[in-house]
Design a protein around this ligand. Structure first.
Ligand code: NDP
Length: 282
């Protein structure tokens, strides 16, 4: 079997066209959707992510305001900036690019963002809303994975088994909850899972969110499975690869996302969608 490629770049472009129309409708009604992007320090990878997010906002007609803070900024100063943004009616979404320097408590910073403007969906109020099935802002990466599954016709996963490898607060855990919401029977695997290969082979939907280059081999995949590769790993030669061995997995899976060009562009599209949702509900 040769898997069908789920082209995240293409799907994200389609979604972004619709989002641009939503943004235009908001502007026509006198509301300019706006996202504040806070970057602390000069980590090159973070700078690239922030640049991409700002460019995507511009293309969709969302105003983005960049707040660049020095790497040595005091936590109190960062919290004060967030507080001001929370009270600024012209700002609908606040994104603090992670990771933050070690002297800053990231969780405290996330909790300082108003849940109504928490477009990353990391605030405990939004995490709780997801847990109990209430409306809220959903984390962008797992939300993008859901959109990809819906795109290939996997909207209701009743009777199917989903396995998520990774249990981070930003990807693995919310992903598992969203798959549960889609009626899948869900397993979460992590570094303490004894026979990962066997666990993965039970998956009709396999989501890899680990951060280890090509650790999911073809022998770990159930024939015909949908494989969503969240991992972004930089190899010594500078190229990017996912957590899944794409070539080997493509021989077995039914659908597979590439890296790059898979989940990454979908994450950015979902950030725009969340910003519009926050603006519409403001
Ligand atoms: P974390 O490092 O926070 O979490 C990694 C998870 O993988 C942990 O739960 C860890 O388990 C688990 N893990 C580590 N080693 C193994 C192993 N050998 N077997 C099974 N599980 C293992 O990473 P993130 O969730 O933040 O990110 C995961 C990947 O996704 C990264 O490559 C990141 O760059 C990428 N990413 C991509 C995004 C996108 O837009 N495409 C967005 C966000 C992240 P344990 O908890 O037991 O330590």
């Amino acid at each position: 079997m040769t898997a069908q490629r789920i082209d995240g770049k293409d799907l994200a472009a389609q979604l972004r066209a619709g989002l641009a129309e939503r943004a235009a409708a908001l502007r026509a009604s006198g509301r300019q959707p706006a996202l504040a992007v806070v970057l602390v320090g000069d980590d090159p990878a973070s700078q690239v992510y922030v640049r991409n997010k700002i460019a995507a906002c511009k293309q969709a007609g969302i105003l983005s305001v960049h707040h660049a803070l020095d790497a040595g900024v005091r936590e109190g100063e960062l919290l004060a900036r967030i507080h001001a943004l929370n009270h600024d009616d012209a700002v609908h979404g606040i994104l603090v690019q992670l990771p933050l320097p070690r002297h800053i408590d990231s969780q405290r910073v996330i909790e300082a963002i108003s849940p109504l403007k928490d477009v990353d969906g990391f605030h405990v109020a939004n995490a709780g809303a997801l847990l109990v099935g209430r409306p809220g802002l959903r984390p962008c990466t797992p939300l993008g994975c859901v959109r990809m599954l819906q795109h290939i016709g996997l909207s209701d996963l009743r009777g199917r088994h989903a396995v998520v490898v990774g249990r981070s607060n930003i990807v693995g855990k919310p992903m598992a909850l969203m798959l549960l919401e889609m009626n899948a029977t869900v397993t979460i695997a992590h570094s303490g899972t004894p026979d990962l290969a066997q666990t993965c082979r039970r998956a009709d939907v396999l989501v890899a969110a680990v951060g280890r280059p090509r650790m999911i081999g073809g022998e770990m995949i159930k024939p015909g499975a949908a494989v969503i590769d969240v991992g972004i790993n930089r190899l010594p030669d500078g190229t990017l690869c996912g957590d899944v061995d794409f070539a080997a997995a493509s021989e077995v899976a039914g659908w597979i996302t590439p890296v790059p060009g898979g989940v990454g562009p979908m994450t950015i599209a979902m950030l725009l969608a969340n910003t519009l949702q926050a603006c519409e509900q403001a």
